[in-house]
Write a protein that binds this ligand. Structure first.
Ligand SMILES: [Zn+2]
Length: 112
């Protein structure tokens, strides 16, 4: 389960950014094509934040839908984890535009 390692890394980044201040909310963007389960991240978050500046912080996860552009006709279309080229030119290269991100988008810090 690689979500545990990812969550640990994210929590570490947040702790470094917070510089000793308490974190009340963490906003995370998870792309639907990233292979990361938002549920698993939520599950790991509570364990990973125990005893840190993030202890008790709210985790807000925004899912980013997948989007790709067909290399043959240039059409932009939704891409799901299991239908990479459905509905477009057969065998064409698809450039993924969105959906692979795993981004710590913002932190809400406690006001001193
Ligand atoms: Zn096409």
């Amino acid at each position: 389960m690689h979500e545990l390692a990812l969550t640990r890394k994210m929590v570490q980044t947040a702790v470094e950014t917070a510089r000793g201040r308490r974190v009340v909310q963490v906003d995370l963007q998870v792309g639907e094509l990233s292979g990361v389960s938002a549920e698993a991240v939520e599950f790991c978050f509570a364990a990973c934040t125990q005893g840190t500046e993030l202890d008790g912080a709210k985790l807000v996860i925004t899912r980013i839908a997948g989007e790709g552009r067909c290399g043959a006709c240039g059409k932009v279309f939704p891409v799901g984890p299991f239908n990479m080229v459905e509905g477009c030119c057969p065998g064409a290269f698809v450039q993924i535009l969105r959906g692979e991100e795993l981004v710590l988008s913002s932190l809400v810090l406690e006001t001193p």
